[in-house]
Design a binder for this molecule. Structure first.
Ligand SMILES: C[S@@+](CC[C@H](N)C(=O)[O-])C[C@H]1O[C@@H](n2cnc3c(N)ncnc32)[C@H](O)[C@@H]1O
Length: 223
């Protein structure tokens, strides 16, 4: 088993199925992740599966349930086309919606163009951090819908907007809490954690994206 102090504030280039097994029980405050959508996207030249890989998703979710603290929580980005499958394997509290007003239209695909993505929110007890209410008096209070454009400059084809990820990290954790992203991609969760003075653990299987994350984490300001 790893000691948290030895793996914190780093990106680990590894298969999360193996790495997660070595993270101690009850050690993570917030898991925020964006697993492969299983819609045939190509990440670092490898095409992901085109069907919802239940076995795979169950495995990493099981490890996440083990390592998150009882007062911790999890946010997961997922595609609405697999809602039935997701509901079968995930016991979530609420679904949030991210809409992308200026996403590019893709013609030729037989199905409605997605301008909305789902974010599943799971908690493990009634004693979870919820800072969203703190913003209720201000203009930018949090609702379950975020209307935020895709990032202009992207390091990854499914990169999430930093402002959206910061909103979730800010709502679901406190300074110095430990945030984990087992599918880090270009590292948006880790950048958000660093910006908000949280600690983080990143896992990403692609060496190319790990290098991108390392460089991104060195940038000032972090975007
Ligand atoms: C949807 S992307 C994440 C994008 C990220 N949210 C961002 O803003 O850049 C999913 C990532 O998971 C990685 N991945 C796929 N299988 C993995 C595994 N078994 N372990 C770790 N990473 C994996 C892929 O290489 C890909 O970069």
């Amino acid at each position: 088993m790893y000691k948290i102090k030895d793996i914190i504030n780093q990106i680990h280039c590894a298969d999360c199925l193996k790495f997660l097994k070595k993270i101690p029980d009850d050690s993570i405050d917030l898991i925020l992740t964006d697993p492969p959508y299983n819609v045939g996207k190509v990440f670092d030249k490898k095409q992901e599966k085109t069907y919802f890989d239940i076995k795979f998703h169950k495995k990493w979710l099981k490890e996440c349930d083990r390592i998150v603290k009882l007062d911790g929580q999890m946010y997961i980005f997922w595609w609405s086309g697999f809602l039935k499958e997701i509901t079968n394997i995930l016991d979530y509290k609420q679904v949030l919606y991210w809409t992308k007003p200026f996403a590019m239209m893709r013609r030729g695909r037989r199905g409605w163009q997605n301008f909305t993505e789902l974010i599943f929110w799971k908690v493990y007890s009634d004693d979870f951090t919820f800072n969203a209410l703190k913003g209720m008096d201000s203009k930018d209070y949090f609702t379950d819908v975020s209307c935020i454009n895709l990032p202009n400059e992207r390091f990854h084809i499914t990169q999430k907007p930093i402002s959206l990820v910061e909103k979730l990290v800010g709502a679901g954790s406190n300074p110095n809490d430990i945030i984990l992203d087992p599918f880090s991609g270009s590292g948006t969760t880790l950048v958000a954690a660093q910006n908000l003075h949280r600690q983080f653990i990143g896992i990403e299987i692609s060496q190319k994206y790990c290098e991108i994350i390392k460089n991104r984490l060195k940038q000032k300001p972090l975007l």
